[in-house]
Structures are given as C-alpha cells and as structure tokens.
Design a protein around this ligand. Structure first.
Ligand code: NAD
Length: 518
C-alpha cells in the first residue's frame, strides 16, 4: 500500500501523527483515547483527489457500539457534576490543540473529503471558533426568575445537563459538524457518541484522539467523547438506544426522515440538519461586482457539496442574458485540481459514483427542457472524481429544480415582475435552508427579510447562500430540517429545561384560587 498521501501531508510542513500509518489498522471505535475491539470488516479510506489509500479502518460492530454508548452513559454520571466553567476549560484546551494541529487536520480533511486545502483549514478554524465560543458561555448557562402569583413562593427556571447525545455527521464537513454539536454539548454537561460518514473515518479518528488526549490531560472521564466510525447500522444503534437523549443528525433529507421517525418514536429530541435546494435572487438593482463572485463561489465552492451551496439563481428576465454571460465567463476562469495545488478553486466530488449521478442530473435537466450553458463533463485527465461545473438555463416548472443535487450544478431561472414574484419562486420548493438576494434597492431588501419574504432558516443580502459564521444560529425549515445549531442560546438545545417553584411561606397555597382544605 502506498504511503504517498502521508508524505504529501508532511510535504505541507506537518509532522503528521494523528492517525496510524497507512500500513496500520486504525480501530473505528474509541472511548476517549482507548480503542475498542471492532472486527466488523475492514474499510479502506481512499482519497477522491488521487485515488490513493489514506489508511485502513477496522469497522465497529454491535458490541463496540454498545461499549461506546455505555461508556458515554457512565461518563455522564460524573461529567454533569463537573462545574460548567471547568468543562469550558476542557473545551478551550481542545480549541488550543486544534490550533496546533490546524495544518495537519486541515490537510487530512482535504485529502479524505476532497475540499481544497484552504477550505480544509477553514473547517478546522470553524471548530476552533466554536471551542472559543463555547468556552465563553460556560459561565453563562443562565435561567430566569419569574414572579409567582402565590405569596411566599418563588419560581425560576434552570437548565440541567441532558444526557449522552448522538452526533451523526455527513461527509462534507467531516470534522466541524462534530465540533458544532459536541463542544456545545460538552460545556452543557452532556457526553457525546459520534458516528461520522463512512467516506471520512480517518478525520473522525484524528479528532477523537485530540479530544481524548485533552480528557486525559484534565483527568476527566474517557467516555465524555466516544466514536463509532461504522456504517448505517452504527447510526441505527445510536438512534434507537434509549440512553441517548438527543440525536443531532446532519445528512440527506431521505436518511434524516427515517432517523427522525425512529427517534421521535421513542420521544427522543432531535436536531435535523438536512438537504438544501438554495436559491439566490438577482434583481435589476444588483451590483455585479458583488453578485457574480458570490454566485460562483456559492455554486462551485466545495465542488457544490455544501448543504448551503447555490442550486438555483433566480434572475430578472431583463438582466438574464447579462448574468448568464458573466457567470459563464467566470466559470471559464475556474481551475479544478488536487486540493493541495496552489490556485485551484475546487477539487473532486467525493466518490466516482457521485460523478455519474451528477452527469445524469445534467442530462435530466436538458431532457426537461433546460439549456446547458457550460460544463457538465468529466475531467478524466485529473482523475475519476473530477467534473466541470455546469450552468443550465432552466425554468421554475422543471421538476429537477425542485430537488437537491449534491454537486456543482446550478440552474439559472428567469422571473418576470417584481421581487415578490422572485420570492414566490424561491419559496416554491420543499426545502428551506439558505437563501440570498442581490440588490441595492432597500424596498427589495426589506421585502426579502420581512414576514412575507424568504421562508428559509438563512436569508442573506448581498452575499451568497454558502459560508455561515458560528456566531449565529444555523439550520433550515421545511424538508431542510428542524432545530438549530450554534448561535446565542444554541446551548439550550443540549440541556433539560426545568421549572422550579419554592414555597417559603409556611402555608399551603394553590394557584388559580383553587380551594382544597383538609
Ligand atoms: P447521508 O444522509 O448519506 O449520510 C449522513 C449520515 O447518516 C452518515 O454518517 C451516514 O453513515 C448516516 N446514515 C446513513 N443511513 C443511516 C441510518 N439508517 N441511520 C442512521 N444513520 C445513517 O448524507 P451525506 O451524503 O453524508 O451528506 C450529504 C447530505 O447532507 C446533503 O443532502 C447535504 O445537504 C446534507 N447536509 C446538510 C447540512 C445542514 O446543516 N443542513 C450540513 C451538511 C450536509
């Protein structure tokens, strides 16, 4: 087995030791830094960038999942009693370790998932920012005191740790999805069982080791962070286990729907971060110097594999040709290539089979009456996972525009009339994650962000649909999901809300004037 990828990581100037050597077998299940016996078959993690093997993973079976979940339950009994600011110090230290390992972890993310190196490092930056943010509010898990209608009574609400939580993550943010959930949850006193996507197990193992080492450093229970890098069966085990009190699922709407049904069947809390079919509206009052680069990054950045990627550009008919020409021109300047190459704008898709799906989607769009303006082909000279991003001139009534295609395919859709007509097209799909408008017209801006405007969880003005910050809540509406991660008060998701009423009157008093005398 070649060890070229690891040499590549070293080539980036990194002393790389986050995973075992390529010739070693990495256990797929961990409790802190303790590997668990797995033996459910071997998975070889292969880079979509160049097809080389990055490392081997021993997949966990039922017994390893059970051990991880029980370890998380045992650790919760202790972790919930650790003062929240001390838990915050643990999280802050994880952030410091991620700073130290940013280059190495960013490189591993790029190699394993395929995003360009600056995006790999950017993903780690988002984790670091999340640690800082969570450490900050570890002194801030506050409740309220309310006025009681009864004399000599005090009412308040407080937030208690919830329990072990399950994080099931998608391949496209192989490390950050864990941090967005786990760092908040850990500060709140919860323990975390993580099931990453099968395409990216080595990144998860690397992150798990960093977090596990920090637990050791602080002499904290090893089961605060556990990992089961197995397939859907491992996900199922977490979703169905009554010890797990919240499932945070990030992935496709289809799989999320099944997860939601099972979790709600046992009254388990869920956060669902699902598929997007995001639109950007471009009105005649747009500034092209702002709009065009944002549209291109939104559609092509991360090779169109962000949940917030731009899939539909809804353009006023009077400027349709101008916008189409500008985008085709900008696409002509894009460079595909290995994520480590300087000046490359986008890397490969995650699997070769996804390239087949992508080409089929382009053909379907043309079959439904769309006009291919550019792209849509494979780029075999770069490798089997590379494609040229496509722009299709489409209409809103084409069924393909109603669905998420996870790749660099964008539909340009004309609208007639005013901004309300554009918003109606934007909202006229089943998904509701991210949206954007490009305009310098105040009336259009305010309409877009009003109650009759965008129906999405994210509404951006003069910036693209992709690229959110951790300081604000993240999540979608309709088929794009339920609940929010991050942002102010995001921590409340991971805690049990409790109303406490204290009677210090020495008398019995019922509310609402109820009489009950013995
Ligand atoms: P996916 O749905 O195929 O897989 C997501 C996760 O679910 C993986 O870990 C997978 O192994 C696991 N899984 C599969 N079957 C399962 C089952 N039966 N029970 C439990 N877990 C199971 O998604 P993907 O291809 O990894 O990611 C791409 C999708 O994720 C896109 O639709 C994208 O829009 C979405 N996504 C959404 C967000 C968001 O925040 N809304 C963020 C990133 C990705």
């Amino acid at each position: 087995m070649s060890n070229q990828p690891n040499e590549r990581v070293r080539y980036q100037g990194v002393d790389y030791s986050l995973i075992d050597s390529v010739s070693g077998l990495n256990p797929g299940a961990w409790v802190g830094v303790r590997p668990l016996a797995c033996g459910e078959g071997e998975l070889v993690s292969t880079s979509p960038a160049d097809g080389l093997s990055l490392g081997r993973v021993d997949r966990p079976g039922e017994a390893a999942c059970e051990e991880a979940i029980q370890a998380a339950a045992n650790a919760f009994a202790i972790w919930r009693t650790v003062p929240a600011p001390v838990r915050g110090r643990v999280v802050r230290r994880i952030g410091e370790r991620l700073r130290e390992e940013q280059d190495a972890l960013g490189a591993l993310i790029s190699l394993e998932m395929g995003k360009i190196y600056s995006e790999g490092k950017g993903e780690v930056q988002s984790m670091i920012d999340t640690c800082d943010y969570a450490a900050g509010f570890s002194r801030d898990l506050f409740g309220l005191t309310m006025a009681s209608e009864r004399p000599g009574h005090r009412m308040m609400e407080q937030y208690q740790p919830l329990g072990p939580i399950g994080v099931i993550s998608s391949f496209n943010f192989p490390a950050a999805v864990w941090a967005w959930n786990a760092m908040f949850a850990a500060v709140c006193g919860d323990t975390v069982v993580w099931k990453p996507a099968s395409a990216v197990p080595l990144t998860a193992i690397a992150v798990q080791r960093i977090a596990g080492e920090v637990l050791q450093e602080f002499d904290m229970p090893e089961g605060v962070f556990t990992l089961v890098a197995g397939g859907p069966a491992a996900g199922d085990a977490i979703v169905e286990d009554p010890r797990i009190r919240l499932i945070s699922f990030t992935g496709s709407t289809n799989v999320g729907h099944g997860v939601a049904k099972k979790a709600s069947g046992r009254f388990c809390r869920t956060v669902l971060e699902l598929g997007g079919n995001n639109a950007a509206i471009v009105t005649p009052a747009m500034d092209p110097a702002v709009a065009i680069p944002a549209l291109v990054f939104g559609a092509v950045g991360t090779t169109g594999q962000r949940c917030t990627s731009t899939r539909r550009v809804i353009v006023h008919e009077s400027i349709f040709e101008r916008v189409a020409d500008a985008m085709v021109d900008a696409y002509g300047k894009l460079r595909a290539g290995h994520p480590f190459e300087q000046g490359v704008h986008y890397g490969p898709l995650v699997y070769e089979s996804v390239c087949d799906d992508y080409q089929a989607a382009v053909q379907r769009a043309v079959g439904e009456g769309g006009k291919l303006l550019c792209g849509g082909d494979r780029l075999p000279e770069l490798g089997p996972c590379y494609v040229a991003p496509a722009i299709v001139a489409a209409t809103a009534d084409m069924p393909c525009t109603q669905e998420e295609l996870f790749g660099p395919l964008v539909y340009l859709i004309p609208y007639k009339g005013n901004v309300e007509d554009a918003i109606a097209l934007q909202n006229g799909v089943r998904q509701g994650l991210a949206s954007a408008i490009f305009t310098e017209d105040l009336r259009e801006v305010e309409t877009f962000v009003s109650a009759v405007g965008s129906d999405c969880g994210i509404a951006n003005v003069n910036l693209g649909t992709a690229g959110a910050e951790i300081g604000a809540a993240f999540g979608g509406e309709k088929e794009s999901g339920f609940g929010r991660e991050l942002g102010p008060e995001g921590w409340k998701t991971y805690m049990r809300r409790q109303t406490v009423t204290v009677n210090y009157s020495g008398k019995v008093a019922m509310p609402q004037g109820v009489q009950f005398k013995l």
